[in-house]
Design a protein around this ligand. Structure first.
Ligand code: CA
Length: 227
């Protein structure tokens, strides 16, 4: 899971970051609305914690612009004031939840888990694509036909989860690198190929028909075929 925290009080955002890292999230921070907005349009985040009052562009504008641009990442808004008006403003714009400052960190963690699970109708402990099953708890992949299985490394798991949540869709190299290493990851583009090749080897090992196909000049796509 990758979380974006857009909050100009750095003391608070550091505490939020630490709390979510304990939950095994990867956390990116932005201190102003404009930077946060640009990070969010990458579409790589599973959830966003968005402060209402921010420099450059306020949180409500960030959210409105994302929703206009069809970025539907779940968003929890932090409101400094307890006024109902603020909350309604946030929810009316397409926020998934809100919390009033000051708040309990455990409450924030619990609510973020809820909004990330709300994506998709039913949250399972595994995802499936054709003959391939990825177990989200153990990080094992399994061929549902021949029952062979193997464990994935952390990056292989993140990579395959990203593909399995976007089957048949071409994912560009930059998007994959950002998903695996975060936004500031220019040096990591070459590593994408390395992890793709590790992951392909494991797919072959369990004799899955699912393949990570290279799309020339763009990136990669998850496909299924017998040949
Ligand atoms: Ca603020």
């Amino acid at each position: 899971m990758r979380l974006l925290v857009i909050e100009d009080e750095t003391a608070l955002s550091e505490v939020i970051k630490a709390a979510f890292e304990d939950e095994k999230f990867e956390v990116d921070l932005a201190e102003d609305g404009q930077t946060g907005y640009l990070l969010g349009i990458s579409g790589i985040y599973d959830a966003v914690v968005l402060d209402g009052m921010l420099p450059e562009l306020d949180g409500y504008d960030v959210l409105r612009k994302w929703r206009q641009e069809q970025i539907h990442t779940p968003v929890l808004m932090l409101t400094a004031r307890s006024e109902l008006e603020d909350k309604l403003k946030g929810l009316g714009l397409g926020a998934d939840d809100y919390l009033t400052k000051p708040f309990d960190m455990e409450e924030l963690v619990a609510r973020i888990w809820v909004i990330t699970r709300r994506q998709g109708a039913v949250q399972l402990d595994h995802i499936e694509y054709e003959d391939l099953q990825l177990c989200l708890d153990s990080g094992m992949i399994r061929n549902t036909q021949n029952k062979q299985e193997v464990r994935l490394g952390k990056k292989e798991f993140q990579l395959l989860e990203f593909f399995m949540r976007h089957p048949g869709q071409t994912l560009c190299r930059e998007q994959i690198a950002e998903k695996l290493w975060g936004y500031d990851c220019e040096a990591e583009y070459n590593n994408v190929e390395v992890y793709i090749s590790f992951t392909r080897r494991k797919l072959r090992y369990i004799e899955s028909g699912v393949m990570i196909k290279a799309v020339r000049g763009i990136g990669y796509r998850l496909e299924y075929g017998n040949g």
